[in-house]
Design a protein around this ligand. Structure first.
Ligand code: 6GU
Length: 246
């Protein structure tokens, strides 16, 4: 997969060189390129923002540097068979979920446009629709100063789903949100620590009982912390053997 990120703070994306995603790039599983939006300006001050029409606080990102930058990354990948997806991180976007991460992991090319200030001139997204599938996306209902931190989160969530990136693919199956519930609690040695015991069932060796206990814990935790997820949860979609816990 190829991923291009356009930002006025390319250094913000440096952590993507670390850990699992950095390794995926070294191994050739992921072709990640970060671009400085200011390289696509033509004035002496490398201006990327201006005051908003209609008035109001803050600044708006100018259209032309964005058009130049996006045209450049789209043209840079002549091998692509399908339109790249242009993800515009914004608190006003659709929710980025595990399901969205799976969808995006199946794409050939993703381009992330990191807005700052009050956002990017809306006409950029209209213009870009000719060359990209445009998807404004939000991490959740809170406000970040710019898209960069959101891109770190999204690229990690998507990148770890690419074939070969996570060493043991089974660890992708039993994790929070993979089946619509939160993950069960986990424990490791010692079995007794500061007067706290590991739940006895986990030491029993009874794999059926352990699976059932974990299902119950997933359900209990989801009901307590994320009742909104339980409303969506459908036990009928689980494998037959797992349904008996409900
Ligand atoms: Cl994706 N971007 C920004 N700027 N703020 C956010 C966000 C994204 N998701 C939540 N808040």
């Amino acid at each position: 997969m190829r991923i291009d990120v356009v930002s006025i703070f390319p250094d913000y994306l440096a952590p993507l060189e670390l850990s699992l995603i950095g390794k995926a790039c070294q191994d050739g599983l992921l072709d990640l390129r970060v671009h400085d939006l200011r390289d696509f300006t033509t004035d002496r001050h490398r201006t990327v923002d201006d005051t908003p029409y209609g008035g109001g606080a803050g600044m708006v990102m100018k259209s032309e540097p964005w058009a130049q930058a996006l045209a450049s990354v789209a043209a840079g990948n002549t091998e692509a068979a399908t339109k790249p997806v242009l993800i515009v991180p914004s608190p006003a976007g659709e929710r980025f979920t595990q399901a969205a991460a799976h969808e995006l992991a199946a794409e050939e090319q993703l381009v992330f446009a990191c807005g700052r200030y009050e956002g990017i001139d809306e006409r950029v997204m209209e213009w870009a629709a000719e060359y990209f599938t445009v998807r404004p996306m939000s991490l959740g209902d809170y406000v970040l100063n710019g898209g960069e931190v959101a891109v770190l989160a999204m690229v990690e969530a998507i990148g770890r789903l690419l074939p070969g990136v996570v060493g043991n693919p089974e660890s992708l199956v039993e994790e929070s949100h993979s089946d619509g519930l939160l993950e069960y609690p986990v424990y490791t040695k010692p079995s007794s620590w500061r007067d706290r015991e590991v739940p006895a069932v986990l030491l029993s060796g009874n794999h059926g009982k352990i699976a059932q206990w974990r299902r119950h814990e997933q359900y209990r935790r989801t009901a307590e912390r994320r009742p909104d997820l339980l409303a969506e949860f459908d036990a009928a979609k689980l494998p037959r053997a797992d349904r008996t816990a409900f």
